[in-house]
Design a protein around this ligand. Sequence first.
Ligand code: CP
Length: 302
Amino acid sequence: TRHLLGIKDLTPEDIELIMATATEFKEVINRPIKKVPSLRDVTIANVFFENSTRTRLSFELAEKRLSADTLSFSAAGSSVKKGETLLDTVNNILAMKVDMIVMRHASPGAPHYLSKHISANIVNAGDGTHEHPTQALLDSFSMREKLGDLAGKKIAIIGDILHSRVALSNIFALKKQGAEVMLCGPSTLIPRHITELGVTVCHDVKKALAWCDVANVLRIQLERQQIKYFPSLREYSLYYGINKKMLDELDKEIVLMHPGPINRGVELTSDAADSHHSIILDQVENGVAVRMAVLYLLAAQN
Ligand code: CP
């Protein structure tokens, strides 16, 4: 494939290749000389129509470590504000001899639409409530560092599943690696037909924690809620919030993950987020190596 639009399109073999390549790049970027010349003469534009801290900086750093030339575009402050379309914006960027587009957009399917109209490689850096493939790949990479092979491992995804592209990409990635997936949250924040993807649903956070090897905790995405959903943030933290005591009292060690940004005091208390159970900053570290792998493998096909 010329693009990475979603995990849904990947085979288990594709995922294994990305994991193996990311393992090599993680070794490279832990050396004193972190840069490799692999993408010299490749120009990559990071085109962000939605806010980002981790994904954007992580792609920029991955591109720099691979010696690519990079451009950064934010819709805020651009001619999008004067009414320029997505396709015109991207075609103008490509006219400057850009080879790859890394794009985040609020509309589900925006990178898929773009892929039908342009010839450059596209990497989806998050499209609305749909997919966030590199997040799921870095999540799987981080789980595998702690647990090894994910086949048969029990992963609970806890939070606002309805509005989460991280949840959907994780479900696809984890199922393709043979893991068992449980979704946990209030029924108002779980899509109705989600069990058709081969996952189970639980509405009791304590039961989900007792079941799982990994708890991947998501925030409530208020910015995507068209109507005021039940529960409120206060109610959510009361019924679904996770604190360190809940993790300490389990009769086993579990791995605590979160893609960020954390709403401290809502889905996680600070004492849980900053505890020895958490690998949240390891996820961020691994994001660079995983994104290097994705960019390198796509460029290698050109
Ligand atoms: N995890 C994630 O996508 O974070 P950002 O929105 O800050 O990029």
